[in-house]
Design a protein around this ligand. Structure first.
Ligand SMILES: [Zn+2]
Length: 480
């Protein structure tokens, strides 16, 4: 068994990745930022042409490298979720080992994002309408179930050899015409024993998602309960994180892995343990501590008291970059980690991952010299002051963690990361490995390369690596 719930110590955790495809984000809301002069469609079109023309003119200066990265990223993001997961399964080092230690399987946490955006209605023929997260939830849960129940490659050959009667369900799929068998279609009487031998538990990768949530587009008090399943905040939290009599939420690896591959397409019928926790994303409008907005504050407080009481893990995007909509400066202010110090002041037991650990430049406080100071502000990718706030929060609160997703695209990052840990040894049990795949494809070629960078970096000791990818994520997710 590759996914062994009894031996958590043999699982490599990637706590921060994404399996979204191009249909999920609200590109309208995102691109509007770059197409100012919005009320006149002629100007807007001219704006689009200017951006397009500029990109076209600049392209030769980048030597095609950026273009290829972008195409590589699009090639992944245009797939459905099961194909993204298959690409990940086909592309991580196997076995994954650190020193003497060998990991038997990989557990990833795809983070869903609520892309609902509040945009002015423009004078265009088809005016903007907000985008619900429901199709994304369906895509991700269906994609996970599809991936979990699909037998391919060597396993397909073995399965057909052992149970020749199932070959009639085999299909050749994809550009490579790979033979695949969807175990959910089988009607043979020995279906259970086939599932036992070749089913979801045999996949090398297990995906346990986080639900994207933006309280700004939820109701706290509504008379129309049950008709607003996706936006009634208490109902939404109860549905997935209390569950029902058939499917209670346990929040344990055993409970969650038991649901891996079980989704059958009907959201109304499911209960707990389909999501590991909740993902919030300040650049899309969520404000962790909206102290001047009474109604909104009431909603986030409901979220925090529920999550604190039930020990539901929360992941918050926390970097000055990302998918911003609306005013970009306001998006950065909402993302600042000091917002979380106000939250934690009142909800000190909240189980929280403040993602990205201040970004790629977070270590510069310790490694920079006087001459590179001025460049820091000109570079993208993080801020040492943000990292300093996150470090204080990790030291001050037992359940606060931070992942280093995306930053590992560059091996130099691990050098500055080590400097931080050496000067703040108390937090070495609070930092988490994450990839930020598929977003990290903007800076690196493949999932495999990102994981290999981490496994092979000379800057970190084996014991620190094991803490990042195993001990610490287990504590964050399951040691409640
Ligand atoms: Zn991310």
């Amino acid at each position: 068994m590759l996914i062994d719930t009894e031996s958590l110590e043999n699982t490599f955790f990637d706590i921060h990745c994404h399996t979204m495809n191009l249909s999920h984000p609200s590109l309208y809301a995102f691109l509007k930022r770059f197409l100012k002069i919005p009320h006149n469609p002629v100007f807007a079109m001219a704006g689009g042409a200017v951006i397009g023309g500029t990109v076209g003119l600049l392209a030769p200066f980048f030597g095609g490298g950026i273009g290829r990265k972008f195409l590589n990223h699009l090639s992944i993001m245009e797939r459905n979720v099961s194909r993204i997961l298959m690409a990940m399964e086909d592309d991580f080092p196997n076995p994954i080992s650190i020193g003497e230690k060998e990991f038997k399987g990989l557990t990833i946490a795809p983070l869903l994002m609520d892309f609902w955006a509040d945009e002015e209605a423009e004078k265009i023929y088809y005016p903007f309408t907000p985008k619900s997260i429901i199709p994304q939830i369906l895509d991700v849960l269906n994609g996970i179930a599809d991936y979990a129940n699909t037998v391919r490659g060597v396993e397909y050959d073995e399965c057909i050899k052992e149970f020749s009667e199932v070959s009639k369900w085999g299909r050749q799929i994809g550009a490579k015409k790979q033979w695949r068998l969807d175990l959910r279609r089988l009607t043979t009487s020995n279906r259970d024993s086939i599932l036992d031998k070749y089913g979801p538990k045999k996949r090398k990768l297990m995906a346990l998602p986080f639900l994207g949530l933006n309280t700004r587009y939820c109701y706290l008090k509504t008379k129309k309960r049950k008709s607003h399943e996706s936006t009634d905040l208490p109902l939404l939290l109860e549905k997935y994180f209390v569950g029902n009599a058939n499917e209670p939420y346990t929040g344990t690896l055993e409970g969650l892995s038991g649901k891996f591959g079980c989704f059958q397409g009907n959201l109304r019928k499911i209960g707990g343990d389909y999501f590991l926790g909740i993902k919030v994303y300040p650049p899309l409008g969520f404000d962790p501590w909206p102290e001047n907005e009474k109604d909104e504050l009431e909603k986030v407080e409901h979220l925090y008291s529920f999550c604190e009481e039930n020990q539901i893990p929360i992941v918050s995007h926390c970097s000055d970059g990302g998918f911003k909509v609306g005013d970009p400066q306001a998006a950065v202010e909402r993302s600042h980690p000091k917002k979380w110090s106000s939250v934690l002041h009142k909800y000190g037991k909240l189980r929280l991952n403040i993602a990205h650990f201040g970004g790629q430049n977070s270590g510069l406080r310790y490694t920079e010299s006087w001459w590179n100071m001025p460049y820091r502000k000109l570079m993208f990718g993080g801020d040492p002051e943000w990292a300093a706030v996150i470090i204080e929060l990790m030291k001050g609160y037992g359940n606060v963690y931070s992942d280093i997703s995306y930053s590992g695209v560059n091996d130099k990052y691990y050098h500055s990361f080590l400097e931080i840990i050496e000067k703040n040894y108390e937090i070495e049990n609070k930092v988490l490995f994450g990839s930020d795949f598929t977003i990290n494809l903007l800076s690196i070629n493949s999932y495999r390369k990102y994981i290999e960078n981490f496994l092979n970096t000379k800057h970190l000791s084996d014991s620190l690596k094991i803490k990042l990818c195993n001990t610490n994520p287990r504590n964050f997710l399951f040691n409640k």
